[in-house]
Each structure stands twice: as C-alpha cells, then as structure tokens.
Design a protein around this ligand. Sequence first.
Ligand code: C2E
Ligand code: CA
Ligand code: CA
Length: 777
Amino acid sequence: MLNKYSFKAQITWLSTSLILLTVISLTASYWFRITEYAESQVKNQLLFAENVLNQNLVSQEKMLTTAARVLAADFGFKQAVASRDSNTINSVLLNHGERINADLMMLIDVDGQLVSTSASKPLENALIENSIKSLPLIDVHAQFLSIDNLVYQVIVVPVKAPRTIGYSVIGFEVNNASLLQLKELILLDISLIKGTVLMTSTMVEQIPGTQLLSHATSPPSNLLWSKDDFYHQVRPLADSNEISVILSAPLAKYHRDFDQLVYSILVIALMVIFIAIALSKLLSRGMAKPLHSLMKLTERVGRGDLNVPKLTTDLPTEFSELYQSFSVMGAAIKSREEEIKFQAERDMLTGLYNRQKIIQQVTKSINEKQSLTLIAFNIKGFKALNDTIGLINGDNILKVLAQRVCQYLKPIDGTSVNVKGIARLNADEFLLVIDQLNKTQINNFLEHLLLELNRPYWVNQIKIIIALSFGVVLSERDNDDAECLLRRASMTVATANQEQSQIRFYQTGEDEAYLNKLALIDELKSALEQPESPMFMVYQPKLNIKSGKIDKLEALIRWINLKGEFVNPEVFIDLAEKSGLIVNLTRWVILQVVIQIKTWASQGYQFKVSINLSAQDIQHDTFVEYLLDTLAAHQVTPESITLELTERDLAENESLVITRLTYLKSLGFQISVDDYGIGQSSLAKLKQLPVDELKIDKEFILNLDANKQDQDITSSTILLGHKLGLSVVAEGVETKASLVLLADYQCNYAQGYYLSKPLKSNELLQWYMNYDNKTLS
Ligand code: C2E
Ligand code: CA
Ligand code: CA
C-alpha cells in the first residue's frame, strides 16, 4: 500500500505524523499538568482568601464589639433605655453610630421587639422587625443580618441596668464598597448571596448575576475544561445560615497561559514540520540522486551498454557498493555476451567465422557496394586423410591450417590485401573473403599463400603434406547475394578438386549447370525411392563370335525424368557417383537384373548378364552381403552374373577391391574390366587382378573397320588378353566389317548397334527369337 507513494512522500509523511503525534501527546500532557497546577493554585488562592476574609471579619467583629460595649455602657443611654425615652435613645444611637461610622444602630427590647433604630439607609421598620426575628440575642459573635437586600455585620450587646433591659445592635453594611475593599485584600472577586438571591458582588459588570449563581452552584469537574473565566466557590458567611459568600478565582490567566502554550507548541511543531519536510526532501534527494544514477545505470545495462563507467560522485556506502555490484554484473554480462556472440559467430574448432557470420560480412560489403573476391579452399582427399590419421589429428591439421592463413593475412607481411573475413564452412572447406583483385593479383596472392600453407604439417612427429584446391569467385553485380557467392565458391572448389586443378576461377553460367545438376540429383534420389520407378533396365546382347550364339547380355539402366526427357545414363550415373546415390542405384539394378534372370529362366532362357559397378559399390561394407542375399532370395546362381568395373574403379582402394573381387570370383561371379584401353593400367597390372574378361573400349571399335591404328591396338589387345587367359569383348560394334575383323582377331564376344541397341526385356526376347545367326554370313 505504502509502496505506491514515492520514497520522498513516505519520509515526509512519516516525519510529519511523528511530529504531530509528539505535539498531541505533549499538548495533552501539558493540559493535564496545567489543569493540576491551576487547580492547586486556585485552591490555594481560595484558601488564602477565606483566611483573609475570616481575619477581616474577626477584626471587624472586635471593632463592633468594642463599639457596642461602649454604647451599652453609656449611662445616659442606659437611662434612656430604662425610661424608654425614645428621643434620647434615638439621638444617642444616632450620635454613637455617627461616631463609629456604623450603618445600623438598633435597640431591641428583651422580647426582641424593635424599640428604636437609626440607619444610614432608610429602612422600613416592618422589614427590620421581620429580619431581627431570626437574630439570636447573644453578645458573643458578630453575625450577619440581611434586611431587604442589604447585608449587615451586626453585634448584639445587652444593655444592663443591671438587669438586661434591652439589646443594642450595631451593624456595618456589607456593601459593594466593602466587598471591593475586601477584594483588594484577598485578590479574588467576592459576592454575597442570600439563598439563591445575589445580594451584592464585585463582579456584576463581568458576569450577569444569574450566570454567576448557576456557575457557582454547579462548579465544573475540571478547571480548564470549562471555558469559564472564573472558578467559583460558595462558603457560608461566618455562622450565617442565610448568607453565603462566593469567592471567584479568575481563570482567564490559566486559559491564556494554556492557550499561549498550545500556541507555542503549535508554532514550534509547525516549524519542526517545516524543517522535517525540508530535511526529508534533502534526505530523499540525497537518496534519490544515487537511486537515480543507479536507475540510469540499469537502463544502460538494459539497453545493452555494458560498459559501466567508473563512479565519479560520492555516494553513500550502500549505494556505492550497489554501484560496484552493478559494474561487476555489467562486466560479467558483457563477457558472457561476448562469449555467446563468439560462439554464435565462430567455428569452435578453428576460431574462424562460421558460415552465418561470413554470410553477414559478405552481405554487409555487398550492401556497401564493395566488390569482393571469395576464395574457397579445401584439402584434397581430406576424408581419406582423416580415416588414416584419425579425427583428432585431422582436426589439428585444420587448426594449424587456419592459424597459418590468419598469420599470413596479418598486414606485417606486407600483404596489402584487405581481408573481410575468414571462415570454415564445413569439415575441410574454408572461405577467405578479400577485396576484389584482378586475376593476376589473385594468382600472385594465392601463390604466396600456398608457400605458407603447403609447408609440411606435423602429426605425432609424422610429416604430413597436404594439397589444397582453390575456387575463386569475383562478385560481379550489386545484386549478387552472399548465399549465391558462397555456393559458387564451394562449387568452384569442388570442381577444382575433381579436375585435379589447384586454382579454378568461377565461370559465368557454371552456376546454372550446377544448380541443374543439384535438381537432377534430387529427382534421381526420389526416382530411386519410388515404388513405381521412372527407371527401367535395358539389355544389350553380346554375340559369342565363335559359336554365333547370344548367351550374354549387358544390363544398362534408363531413366525418363519428370519432364518426360530421356536422361543420358553417363550424366546421371556420374551424378549418382558424386552424390553417393550410386550405391542405392546399383542395388536397385541388381534386384531388377536378378528378378529378370529368374523370369527368363522360368521362361526357359539362360542368359549371363553383366552388371556395371562403380568403385563405391565394391568398397561398400554391405555390398557383397546384399548381392549374395539378393541372388539367394531369387535362386539365381553367381555364374549368371558378370560384374563390370572400369580400370579406374579397380585402381581405387586396390587391395580391398582385389580381396572382394577374389572372393566373388571364387563364388562363381565373372569379373570384367570395362572400357579397357583408355585408362593407364598396364597389362602387367591386369595379371594381378582377379578378372575373367576384358572389354575393349568402344573408342577403338567404333571405327575399327576404317582405322588401321585401331585395328592394330585391338588385335594386339585381344592377343595379349588371351595370353593372360582372359575372354575379350569388343563393344561398339556398329558394322559388319568390324565384326568380321574381330572374328578374324579371335575376339570372343561382340557387342554393339550392329547386333542390337540395348532393348527392354520383352523386346529383347522378341529380337532374340528373330535372331537368325546370320550376322557374320
Ligand atoms: P558402358 O558400361 O561402357 O556401356 C556401354 C555403352 O555403350 C552403353 O551406353 C551402350 O548403349 C553403348 N553402346 C553399345 N553399343 C554401341 C554401339 O555400337 N555404338 C555406340 N555409339 N554405343 C554403343 P549407355 O547405355 O548410354 O551407357 C553409358 C554408360 O553408362 C555405360 O557405359 C556405363 O558406364 C553407364 N551405365 C549404364 N547403365 C549402368 C548401370 O546400370 N550401372 C552403372 N554403374 N553404370 C551404367
Ligand atoms: Ca559396361
Ligand atoms: Ca564400356
């Protein structure tokens, strides 16, 4: 709840309420204390006043008593009383009274009847007589007597002659003037009441009589509680039953003092509140400033600016500690971020850029309209090298290679090439992106780079020499995109590898051909996977020249692509080999051929069928297994199958190939060397190979009848083949003349368009049945 207010507001509220609480409790406490004090003061004052009043009454009484005694002892007076000489009594009373300043002089007979009276104020006798009825006729104390609305202090003295013959009464009026004199003595206002009637008072001007009476008869429980200006106390006046005195102590002073105090407290409180607000403002500003700078800091960190600046201002300890923590956090995040960024952009093995990062760099340069040279390079036969020396050693070579490239590109070598980035694209393929140079400059540059990179690599003290191929692509137009340039570079280095060339420049248009190839590979892949394959087998007959019979066929694959076009087998077989699809393709062929042989056998035809293999097939781990399983599954014997491999296929991974072929030959398969004569293998080599048949390449046969050189080569090859115990096949026989020549050379088999083009299985049977063995005649 509190949290929605600002820190500043909270501090202000807190201090203000604390101060107010203090003020209220202080005021309350003072209020009680002052009330107590005022009460005791007032009570003291009243006590004092009462004492003084009593003293005064006593001295007045003494005076009265003396005066009354003097009067009573006056002989003339006694005589006048005894004789009831009223004139004399009157004049004595008058004289006497005047002498002592008495306000009332009376003579009462022993029965209490008024005899004579002399008063400073005119009084009706009836009223006097009525009043004196209550007067006890004893001469001890002065008493109070009210007549009409006047009050007198009177003393009664018997007049004795010697027996009591009457009573003289002398009185002083207790009037306003005498009360005012008293007030000066007791310092309190004083009023006289008779029953509930106000007789006289020193404070008639300040309080109306009725209010005075009501306040006096019901005093407030607390002095300061009432807003009255006076505290009244009613006391009986001497022994009087009738008349009471009200002493009124002024309270205004206490009220005033209290108000003054509260006022001062309030003023002080206000000042303190003001100071508190100012201080809390200062305090909160003191907190707000560091908080603000910390907030700014977190905002910066949030924005990704992780360079926390050094603390320049003085902050309270807690804040500077917090600031330090932020700065440590910023540094930690920064290093994490850099690490993540590095991992996201780098190739972990070499520390070079990865593909994504180099694509970014190239895109950036293209956007900035810079012309670039992309140089892709890889290690020739790296896979084989990896297989030989192991992955870890292979990785080390890649690392050292990357280091050497970076080292070479450091400008200290005087190379003026502006490097945009170096990346490892995949296993052993690297990409170097530099500013555009001309062809000569690039050749020069690579020549020097090669000096560095071709130096031997050492793996466990074994010296390793690697060969590198380079594919160079120059960005041409502004609208080149990075992906496309990278693909061209990869393609060019792949072509350089195939062509066994060290540096190859991308030629405009190669890209499209390459893309077409890729599309074709895709289509080929799905063609092999489809149950209703768009591929099929054709069979080309081989004529046994000596017997004139057709007992062998060569199985050749055909493919009609999605566009309904015939795809040249040499093209897609080449693609299948490059893309690794050949293994599946050969398996598909084997299955088709085996099923066909079985079908023919069931129809009563026995053909030996040649199947073309590629190097990858024979080297494949499960090839032999698959071949044997498939034959067994269809009860076809190895004797029905001839496996054709070219000289080049036989040369690759020679020992493994020889082992496998030897095994297959031992099982009854025939092994044939295809396209013989165009490769480099010598006849001496052939001797070591487990082969049964030699197929002279059609290059020597197609024009055999017309070319003397071909005739020499062919005749001697046949001769030598026979010497090695091999059966010899001539393919590409297109004319009768060629066939006659071959028969002449004792060639064992002839294959070619002169006999038949490759045919679908049913067409072949048709052809076979119509074949009348007149080809030679
Ligand atoms: P290859 O194994 O040398 O096959 C012989 C090629 O010569 C076939 O071409 C055949 O049609 C052609 N030929 C036969 N007689 C004549 C002739 O009198 N004149 C001319 N000009 N050509 C003749 P095709 O069928 O186009 O096959 C080309 C190559 O494709 C084959 O050469 C072989 O290397 C490969 N190939 C074809 N089918 C398969 C297959 O099933 N598996 C594998 N691995 N390769 C195959
Ligand atoms: Ca062949
Ligand atoms: Ca051939």
